[in-house]
Design a protein. Structure first.
Length: 123
């Protein structure tokens, strides 16, 4: 007996059109496993399952940020470094977990606060 692919489960649960970040999550699970994806995100298998099946009752905005940062291979043009960086690096810099030097952290914080790639910025 084969299991229903995560993409099909997600589409049935979320409807059409499927949010692109949910599709990214489901396709990544189909390419490996929910367990491996959960490990990459630092979450439980149940968390991934609830997102795919649209039963997660927590913060979906935060879940989307986590999925994009860890699974999306697209790069963003970072104005702080004048270079393209991964979304994971972008998230880490925004949240202060990547820049260890206080001067660099202040520089980045000022730029990140207004950056178009920062989904937390004030509109």
């Amino acid at each position: 007996m084969s299991e229903t692919p995560n993409v099909d489960r997600a589409r049935a649960a979320w409807g059409d059109p499927l949010p692109d970040w949910v599709e990214l999550l489901a396709r990544t699970c189909d390419a490996s496993s929910q367990r491996r994806v959960a490990d990459r995100l630092g979450k439980s298998n149940g968390y991934i399952n609830r997102l795919v099946s649209a039963t997660y009752a927590g913060d979906l905005v935060e879940a989307e940020k986590l999925v994009r940062a860890n699974l999306d291979t697209a790069r963003v043009a970072c104005p702080a470094f004048s270079a393209a960086i991964t979304q994971r690096q972008c998230l880490d810099y925004r949240r202060g977990t990547r820049a260890r030097h206080p001067g660099l952290r202040r520089h980045i914080e000022g730029i990140c606060r207004e950056c178009i790639h920062n989904p937390d910025r004030e509109a």
